[in-house]
Ligand binder design. Structure first.
Ligand SMILES: Nc1ncnc2c1ncn2[C@@H]1O[C@H](COP(=O)(O)OP(=O)(O)O)[C@@H](O)[C@H]1O
Ligand SMILES: O=c1ccn([C@@H]2O[C@H](COP(=O)(O)O)[C@@H](O)[C@H]2O)c(=O)[nH]1
Length: 308
């Protein structure tokens, strides 16, 4: 994630209200996948293709947030362990689930939130450099365990899983951790074998089944990224027709499940004003099915509709 929205701050304050006429409840997209699978790169590409990356962060329609900002603060004893690569950062207990949930709820209410950035070199949250997340139309939330916690999983309107093979992921993680996260080779490999790989198998990989869309090969899969970008574009272009995010999410989820074209449900949802959206989504759905057959992207028939 870029850091242009960093702000010096002395606290972790969330939920600043915005004037009521500006309240936007965003379409919330979860992006999960193993370490170094390309989650951040996929989000960056989506932002770039939507022309959001270079935009002033206060004006963005699409924003991306990392789950790293929700690591819990370590005790002094845990910090010592972390410095010796003996702390498990891939276990669900390493995260502050409540704070993650409350923050996402604030975001869904259209509030501006502030979250700390994460410093991998010190294994700690950086409250000096708070990231300000302004209300947006679409929010991407990426991380290894974003689908692990049921309460959090249920908040997403759409769930993507970046599926990159583990050799590629390790080959990418080693140089990244050495060059960008201040580690040495021995530490990276020890941590990987002791914690990262077993935790991926136990906690992350099983969450793939919750995904609506699985992206094989991560950011290399330009076809899948184009499709997702098109989906978001449709959302942004048509949001005003259907009004609420709930209606749009209902519409889009039905479409991904292949039900919109089946009759009255989709047509009813479009009642009066949404025929353009209806047709656009039907075309998109047909394209998705063709591409699924060619192995570019997998669409799961996840029928969990958002609960709000
Ligand atoms: N398709 C790709 N080809 C080559 N390198 C990539 C690709 N996708 C990601 N990377 C590199 O791999 C590393 C991990 O990617 P990143 O997107 O940060 O993964 P994640 O967010 O899943 O940890 C980064 O150094 C990134 O530049
Ligand atoms: O202090 C820390 C915190 C996390 N990690 C590792 O980071 C990855 C998650 O980030 P990705 O960008 O998805 O790779 C996780 O596997 C942790 O092991 C760390 O090494 N140190």
């Amino acid at each position: 994630m870029d850091n242009t929205n960093k702000e010096k701050s002395d606290g972790f304050v969330n939920g600043d209200a915005v004037p009521s006429e500006e309240i936007k409840s965003p379409f919330l997209i979860g992006v999960a996948g193993g370490t170094a699978s390309g989650k951040s790169t996929v989000c960056k590409k989506i932002m770039e293709q939507l022309g959001q990356a270079e935009m002033d962060h206060t004006q963005r329609q699409v924003v991306s947030i990392s789950q790293d900002s929700f690591y819990r603060e370590l005790t002094p004893a845990e910090k010592l362990k972390a410095q010796k690569s003996k702390f498990n950062f891939d276990h669900p207990d390493a995260f502050n689930e409540e704070l993650m949930y409350e923050t996402l709820q604030s975001i869904l209410k259209g509030h501006k939130v502030k979250i700390p950035s994460y410093d991998y070199r010190t294994n700690s949250l950086d409250f000096e450099n708070m990231l300000v997340i302004y209300p947006a139309d679409v929010v991407l939330f990426e991380g290894i365990l974003v689908f692990y916690f049921p309460k959090i999983r249920d908040l997403f309107h759409m769930k993507l899983f970046v599926d990159t093979d583990s050799d590629t992921r390790l080959a990418r993680r080693v140089p990244r951790d050495i060059n960008e996260r201040g580690r040495d080779l021995d530490a990276v490999l020890t941590q990987y074998m002791t914690f990262v790989k077993p935790a991926f198998e136990e906690f992350c990989s099983p969450t793939k089944k919750f995904a609506d869309v699985i992206i094989p090969r991560g950011a290399d899969n330009t076809v899948a990224i184009d499709l997702i970008v098109q989906h978001i574009r449709d959302f942004l272009n048509n949001r005003s027709y259907l009004g609420s995010t709930t209606n749009m999410a209902l519409y889009m989820n039905m479409d991904l499940c292949g039900n919109v074209g089946d009759g009255a449900v989709g047509a009813d949802a479009a009642s009066g004003s949404g025929n353009g959206t209806y047709n656009a989504i039907r075309r998109f759905s047909t394209l998705c099915k063709e591409l699924t057959m060619k192995g570019n992207v997998f669409f799961e028939t996840n029928k969990n509709l958002p609960h709000h």
